[in-house]
Design a protein around this ligand. Structure first.
Ligand SMILES: [Zn+2]
Length: 662
């Protein structure tokens, strides 16, 4: 019994991730402990795996970030309403850098809400459709005021023909995008008033204004081309569109009769369009669809809807890849409410060989499990959608904000590799996370849960790019190149593509990534800093053993002049090669074979230019490092590669065990 007990303890010690830190009894032990705890951080570990070129680009990214932190510290964009700061963000050099970053896929976008309304209107105004574009600008509109539509014959008097009127694109945008509307409200809606922001979007018809335009068969395919062109411009190669059931596309006859095109005809046209587009733009991996129902529909309606979707999936299994429920979760039916229908559909998903998955919007709520049903005839609160999404084996989680209150679920999500679709700008404009520095996305990512950054409804909100989400996350969360690379990789790995297409997709993305790194590396290496000098503020440890080489960290600023350069550290007259850690840290190994117990001055040499540290380093005879401080054991995960164990302790235990056995 005792033997078994000891063996189990030994196994626990060997295979659990216990981190042991030296006690900070001297500067050397303090810096060892500091390095160990830092290396336990996933954000630091990931950077170790970057290639040498990527490490240079990572420093350049850090420099661009640092400039924006300095310039925006008193008006930090990720903590200000996006509707106020979007224009400024696009002028930033970091934003320009991020535009060309290969982002992989944009996996959470609502098809008709993606494209910048400005681009759509510009396109229409340069086409023959301009001749029959109308806006409802009178108070007796039966649609939302400022709704846009096509009429080939004269409509009733509330409609004004846009061509030849006073309506300009900026004036239309002010009234038909959420940022335009929010910026023109007499009484601003508070940044955390989720209900108020959703209500405004619904009241004005933000998600509907352009609905009839993009269902017109001519505009529809031009719209699609513009969406894909825009995606490629910001280096997005895969799009997973959420959309309603096919069947609303129409032709318009000369006497203004709308003739609906049936879903299979529309899908065939789309497949043909896709084939032609990819043959001209081979960089694009694919675009696919996830079909949704509104969560507010009745149970019977959802049942019919899902049956139709499944029937369509049977015909287009490579094109239609899943099912979702959409609409404001706090005001709509829960997954439990619709569970009978979902149970039936789950039978289909589980036999579809992975070609048809649930991908639920779930946890897009700030409310805790408040025991108040989201709608009166529902049984549970919106919070519980997260449980049901997991029960129904959701392929990814849309938003997942409520998970921040349930860290015990992280291990399950991590083990099942369920990615979370994070939409920072959307979460902010709809009032869920006013200050993106506190967005839970970074917590999920640093906990080892795969996340992907997505745009949600950028066109309806009033902008266009996924780059804005990348900018906000990079600045708000202090992301490095390894993080951004991981997000891009995740967006293909956890997409709804079949596995063989993922391999092809990852290869296409890798090609773009390599080009981006080569190009960014050249830009980083060609920077000059004529008026900058390297300032060293501290060195640690300032003393260390004489009989072996240890790492001395040089802290300071102005280190960007060393990007892409050889860093030489001088200890007196002896030289070693320094390593860039980040813009404020360079590590200098002490020289070997220094038998003198001496004190030497430290300096850094870049391009033959000497920068004295102004600090001395002392070689001393001995230093003690005691490794007996431990943190509580952490839960091991698949992606944990870093295990620190106290070798002395394990050897002692092994000897003990051996003694016990004999
Ligand atoms: Zn969404």
């Amino acid at each position: 019994m005792n033997l078994l007990f000891i063996i189990s303890i030994l196994f626990f010690l060997l295979f659990s991730n216990i981190i042991l830190l030296p006690l900070p009894l001297n500067q050397y032990a303090y810096m060892l402990a500091r390095e160990r705890i830092k290396q336990y951080d996933r954000g630091v570990q990931a950077q170790n795996n970057l290639t040498s070129k990527e490490k240079v680009v990572n420093l350049y990214l850090e420099l661009l970030q640092a400039n924006d932190y300095m310039n925006t510290k008193n008006y930090f964009y990720p903590s200000r309403p996006i509707e106020k700061v979007f224009e400024n963000i696009t002028k930033s050099s970091l934003y320009q850098f991020l535009i060309s970053l290969p982002k992989g896929g944009n996996l959470h976008i609502h098809e008709s809400q993606v494209l910048d309304r400005k681009l759509l209107l510009e396109h229409i105004m340069n086409s023959s459709e301009y001749d029959f574009l109308y806006i409802c600008d009178q108070d007796n509109c039966t649609t939302n005021k400022y709704y846009l539509n096509y009429f080939k014959s004269n409509p009733s008097s509330e409609w004004t023909k846009v061509k030849g009127s006073n309506w300009t694109i900026p004036e239309i945008l002010k009234r038909t995008t959420l940022t335009g509307i929010l910026n023109n409200l007499e009484t601003p809606i508070y940044a955390t008033d989720t209900e108020g922001r959703w209500h405004t979007a619904a009241e004005y018809g933000v998600f509907d204004f352009y609905g009839d335009l993009v269902k017109y068969n001519v505009t529809r395919f031009n719209y699609m081309k513009l969406v894909l062109d825009q995606a490629l411009e910001e280096n997005i190669q895969l799009l997973e569109f959420r959309r309603g059931l096919f069947g609303s596309l129409y032709y318009l006859t000369e006497n203004n009769t709308k003739i609906l095109i049936n879903p299979t005809e529309e899908l065939d046209l789309l497949l043909k369009f896709k084939k032609e587009y990819i043959s001209k733009n081979p960089k694009l991996i694919d675009f696919i669809f996830v079909i949704y129902s509104s969560r507010n529909l009745l149970k019977e309606q959802i049942k019919t809807h899902l049956n139709n979707i499944i029937n369509l999936h049977r015909l287009y299994p490579d094109f239609i890849r899943g099912y979702d429920m959409v609409g404001e979760e706090d005001q709509g039916h829960t997954l439990l409410f619709h569970s009978d229908t979902l149970i039936n559909a789950f039978n289909y998903t589980s036999t579809s060989n992975g070609s048809f998955n649930f991908l639920f919007h779930s946890g897009e709520t700030n409310w805790p499990e408040n025991h108040i049903p989201s709608v009166p005839d529902d049984s549970v609160s919106a919070f519980e959608n997260i449980y049901d999404a997991l029960v129904f084996r959701t392929h990814r989680i849309g938003h997942g904000l409520s998970l921040t209150k349930r860290p015990d679920l992280y291990q399950y999500i991590r083990q099942r590799q369920i990615a979370i679709e994070i939409c920072p700008a959307s979460n902010q404009i709809l009032g869920y996370v006013a200050d993106l520095r506190n967005h839970p996305g970074i917590v999920y990512h640093r906990s080892g849960i795969p996340i992907v950054l997505s745009g949600d409804d950028p066109g309806s909100f009033g902008y266009n790019t996924l780059t804005v989400d990348f900018y906000l996350a990079t600045m708000a969360w202090g992301l490095n190149l390894a993080d951004l690379k991981q997000f891009a990789w995740n967006s293909i790995q956890y997409s709804s593509l079949p596995n063989n297409r993922k391999i092809e997709g990852l290869q296409k993305w890798q090609n773009e990534w390599n080009l981006f790194i080569d190009n960014s590396y050249n830009i980083a290496c060609n920077q000059t800093y004529p008026n900058l000098t390297m300032n060293i503020s501290q060195i640690l440890p300032a003393y260390g053993p004489t009989n072996r080489s240890i790492n001395v960290t040089v802290f300071g600023f102005g280190f960007e002049i060393a990007i892409c350069k050889k860093i030489i550290c001088k200890f007196g007259e002896k030289e070693t090669n320094g390593t860039f850690i980040d813009l404020n840290e360079i590590v200098c190994p002490t020289p070997l074979n220094n038998s003198d117990l001496s004190t030497v001055s430290i300096s850094i040499v870049i391009d033959n230019k000497i920068f004295p540290a102004g600090y001395d380093y002392k070689f001393i005879s001995s230093l003690s490092v005691i490794d007996d401080e431990s943190l509580p054991p952490l839960i091991p995960s698949k992606s944990d590669k870093f295990v620190i164990v106290n070798q002395k302790l394990i050897i002692t235990l092994l000897i003990l065990l051996f003694t016990f056995i004999i």
